[in-house]
Write a protein that binds this ligand. Structure first.
Ligand code: MTE
Ligand code: MO
Length: 544
């Protein structure tokens, strides 16, 4: 921090109130600019939201030290928080512009223009944004902010009143307070009222216009609904679940998660809305025959269905970033066979329309024990936009960050050494096999229960080694074997269940799973960075 040696807080002036007024004028003016641009983004198809652009830039350019923070930033409510944070920072800059504007309206304008330019750059950097519309929107935001600030600073008595078709001297940098020197610290009451009324009107108008813009932006990015209505019938449908593949105990987490409840993790503040009629999937790199598929060509291939449990590497012990669903898709092996994978192509890279990348070993994909897929459907519906419409990769046994590219646009065959995917370049593990894990869903941590029979249940997963057993220990007592749902496959999670005779007092319940190879999940707490969280999930309950 620099200390100012001059008499900036000279005695005799009481700068606090004028400074507050000027800052308020800046905030109201900034709000007008933000609202104008959000409204434009909502009304004009393809016009990017500058707030979302700046938020996306923050996600993309996160400093390496912040990657833990940002990796956990990808839940839906965290995305809202990031949007709010961007707005707050923008309004703080606007407040500074207001204060600067007391002395030099030109400098205040330059500050707004600089911020507008930065927002434009952030928007233009996003591969899916139109540069022209980004420029138009940034210009609108900047112009609206400067115009609103000019009016408010005049109302507040810092600048000469705004006259249309100005007759006098050119007002730009030279615009100064009417008194010529220090701003008017003692505004007459009528003027203060006019300033407050106008600033309030600008703020209310901005909130209304901004909210409307946001509503329209969200309309353009519907969530939860598939973009196209139906999928062709699969050549190889999944068997219907038999009763014991899904325990029906009350409240137990379902074995198949509905599409709108499936966890969502990605670097996008708004899911890309891909137009399936122009979308293409290319197979490139170390292949004998590079291929291109459009959506109908992909759907015309034999489709198959399988249940696969997908998990996020940043899931904490006991966390919800894991889900199991019925995927419909094309065999990746079949596409690779058509392309002719060259020897030495040790890595498969999945690229998204938005530039996101994954990478996994070719040998993992070609292993006869698993069926990686180019998925087009979830629970027999086309993929919802937020889960990767029109197509994504699903590779049994691997965390999403190394495998599950949404909005897939390219499959490139390369070497392991030649390329590090998005999260690997940020320090996460190059290999991402899903660690064996188990979770207690009931009773939940911190609850109070009545003594007597209590159902303890939850989920356990070890894709794609399968879960062999799940055990529960109460108050560090002996490990008790729980009842398991019959596994749909080794790639899916299982439900587990145990009935407990609860006695009054405080109790700790712990769970652990053993995978299909006989390995017990890691007990030592660790991660999630760089390769996934370890440790036993435990909950504390009091029984009365
Ligand atoms: N294009 C794209 N695909 C992506 C991601 C992303 O950020 N962008 N995130 C990956 C991660 S980290 C996970 S865990 C899964 C989550 O898939 P879901 O949102 O459908 O649950 O998507 C993967 N695919
Ligand atoms: Mo993830």
């Amino acid at each position: 921090m620099t200390e100012f040696a001059d008499g900036r807080h000279s005695p005799g002036s009481s700068p606090a109130r004028p400074v507050l007024r000027a800052a308020g004028a800046g905030v109201a003016a900034g709000a007008v600019g933000i609202a104008a641009s959000e409204l434009l983004a909502g009304v004009v198809p393809g016009a990017p939201s500058l707030i979302i652009a700046v938020g996306s830039f923050v996600i993309a350019k996160q400093p390496p030290g912040a990657k833990d923070l940002v990796a956990t930033l990808f839940g839906t409510s965290d995305k809202l928080a990031l949007n709010v944070a961007v707005v707050i920072v923008a309004l703080l800059v606007a407040a500074v512009a207001g204060v600067v504007g007391r002395r030099s309206f030109g400098n205040a304008s330059r500050l707004f223009a600089g911020f507008g330019l930065a927002a434009f750059a952030a928007a233009a950097l996003q591969p899916l944004n139109s540069t022209v519309l980004a420029a138009v929107n940034a210009a609108l935001a900047t112009g609206a902010s400067i115009g609103a600030l000019r009016i408010l600073l005049a109302d507040a008595g810092f600048l000469a009143p705004v006259r249309l078709g100005r007759t006098g001297r050119d007002e730009d940098d030279g615009s100064v307070a009417p008194s010529g020197g220090m701003p008017n610290a003692s505004m007459p009451g009528w003027s203060r009222r006019r300033f407050l009324l106008r600033a309030g009107a600008f703020l209310v108008g901005a909130v209304a216009a901004g909210a409307l813009g946001r509503l329209l932006i969200a309309r353009g990015h519907p969530s939860g609904v598939p973009v196209s209505a139906s999928l062709p019938a699969p050549a190889a449908p999944a068997q219907p679940l038999v009763a014991d593949e899904s325990l029906a105990a009350t409240g137990i987490t379902p074995i198949v998660i509905p599409n709108d409840a499936f966890y969502q993790i990605d670097t996008e503040l708004l899911s890309p809305q891909v137009d399936a009629s122009t979308w293409q999937l290319r197979v490139t790199g170390m292949v004998d025959h590079p291929l291109t598929f459009n959506y109908s060509e992909l759907l015309a291939m034999p489709l198959f269905e399988q249940y696969v449990t997908l998990a996020c590497v940043s899931n904490e012990v006991g966390g919800g970033l894991v889900g199991n669903t019925l995927w419909t898709g094309v065999h990746l092996k079949e596409v690779l066979a058509q392309a002719g994978v060259q020897s030495g192509a040790t890595q498969i890279v999945g690229r998204s329309v938005d530039g996101f990348t994954v990478g996994f070993p070719t040998a993992w994909a070609l292993d006869p024990s698993r069926e990686p897929m180019i998925a087009v459907g979830m629970n027999r519906l086309p993929l919802p936009a937020e889960h990767g419409y029109p197509a994504r990769l699903i590779v049994p046994g691997l965390y999403g960050y190394v495998s599950a590219t949404k909005w897939l646009s390219e499959i490139e065959l390369t070497t392991r050494e030649a390329f590090d995917a998005y999260w690997v370049a940020l320090g996460w593990a190059k290999d991402g096999p899903i660690l064996t894990a188990s979770r207690i869903d009931h009773p939940s941590d911190g609850t109070t229960l009545a003594a007597g029979e209590v159902d303890i249940d939850g989920l356990a997963w070890a894709p794609d080694r399968g879960v062999a057993s799940v055990e529960v220990s109460i108050d560090n007592g002996p490990w008790q074997t729980t009842m398991l749902s019959r596994a749909i496959s080794r790639a899916t999670w299982v439900q587990w269940w145990l009935r407990w005779q609860a006695k009054p007092g405080q109790h700790t319940i712990q769970v652990r799973a053993t995978d299909g190879t006989g390995a017990v999940q890691t007990q030592t707490p660790g991660g999630p960075e760089p390769a996934g969280a370890t440790g036993y999930h435990q909950v504390q309950v009091s029984v009365s």
